[in-house]
Design a protein around this ligand. Structure first.
Ligand SMILES: [Zn+2]
Ligand SMILES: [Zn+2]
Length: 294
């Protein structure tokens, strides 16, 4: 639709960018919203319907024209690799940068790949063709020693190491110093779950349990439940029900049918079941807050 592009999201994990799906026109919008192409180190493609990947050959070509040297990881179904090999083979194209392809077809539900700052888990979605959901989880930060503890007690280096290993520490009077006076516990790692496209499917709930933010496709409103099921897409009620059952903190809906001029109806239906719901729109930028309760 005018002003509304197909699926593509950029997840910024400590300035390392993950591009999730790459519909037609993605590179135009990456420029429009000021995304630095070179920071994109990983591209995840959920499935091979055109609205999720047709922008990819063009984007990879642009990376080459820009003289990219940095390696690029792409995770997708095996046929995506065949398709890219075919498209590039036709033109004798050899990219200026190494591409590492991760074949989702070889992965078992719940498998994940470690990218250092974050890891990506994969789980199957029920759609008309093979499709995969993603769970991106930040690396667990380490426990830190409190500055005020060091200043007051002036422990030896070896003692600090022992405290960080979880050992007890006693002051000069032989009194044990409580751990909370010595250590700063790291925030729990944040996670982002991406679910597109799928029919209503409870079997994904264990994979996305407690995610900080869940994106779940919401193609139709609840009056069109029958066509959603037939076309293997989800309704507002489906998405909100999955969010509630998985106990996620926030739900982001998107992938609206072109019959809707605005997502208002879908949003209000979803909020009725899961109040912490937001509606995706082109250019929307969200922060995933660090959980409190440290
Ligand atoms: Zn699809
Ligand atoms: Zn789609």
């Amino acid at each position: 639709m005018p002003g509304r592009y197909t699926s593509a999201q950029v997840l910024n994990v400590h300035e390392r960018f993950v591009l999730i799906d790459c519909g037609e026109g993605t590179q135009i919008n990456l420029r429009r919203f000021g995304i630095n192409f070179n920071r994109i180190g990983l591209i995840l493609i959920s499935h091979l319907h055109g609205d999720h990947y047709l922008g990819l050959p063009g984007l990879l070509n642009t990376f080459h024209l820009l003289g990219r040297e940095k390696e690029l990881h792409i995770a997708g179904h095996r046929k995506l690799k065949d398709l890219l090999d075919y498209v590039f083979g036709m033109a004798g194209f050899e990219p200026s940068y190494p591409i590492h392809f991760h074949d989702i077809d070889t992965m078992q539900p719940g498998d994940n790949i470690d990218f250092g700052e974050f890891n990506v888990g994969f789980f199957p979605l029920k759609h008309r063709i093979p499709a995969s959901g993603f769970l991106i989880t930040e690396r667990q930060r380490t426990v830190k020693i409190r500055k005020d503890f060091i200043e007051v007690y002036e422990p030896e280096y070896e003692q600090v190491r022992a405290i960080l290993r979880g050992e007890q520490y006693f002051d000069n009077n032989g009194k044990e110093v409580p751990a909370e006076e010595m250590l700063i516990q790291p925030a729990p790692p944040r996670s982002y779950a991406y679910v597109s496209d799928t029919v209503f499917d409870r079997s994904i709930v264990p994979f996305i349990q407690g995610a900080d933010l869940l994106y779940h496709e919401t193609t139709y409103d609840k009056s069109l439940q029958a066509s959603a099921t037939e076309k293997m897409h989800a309704t507002s009620v489906d998405a909100a029900t999955i969010a509630a059952e998985a106990g996620v903190k926030q739900l982001l809906i998107g992938h609206y049918s072109s019959r809707y001029r605005t997502p208002d109806l879908l949003l209000s239906e979803a909020r009725h079941i899961f109040p912490e719901t937001l509606a995706a729109e082109d250019g929307l930028q969200l922060d995933i807050p660090i959980s409190s309760g440290l």
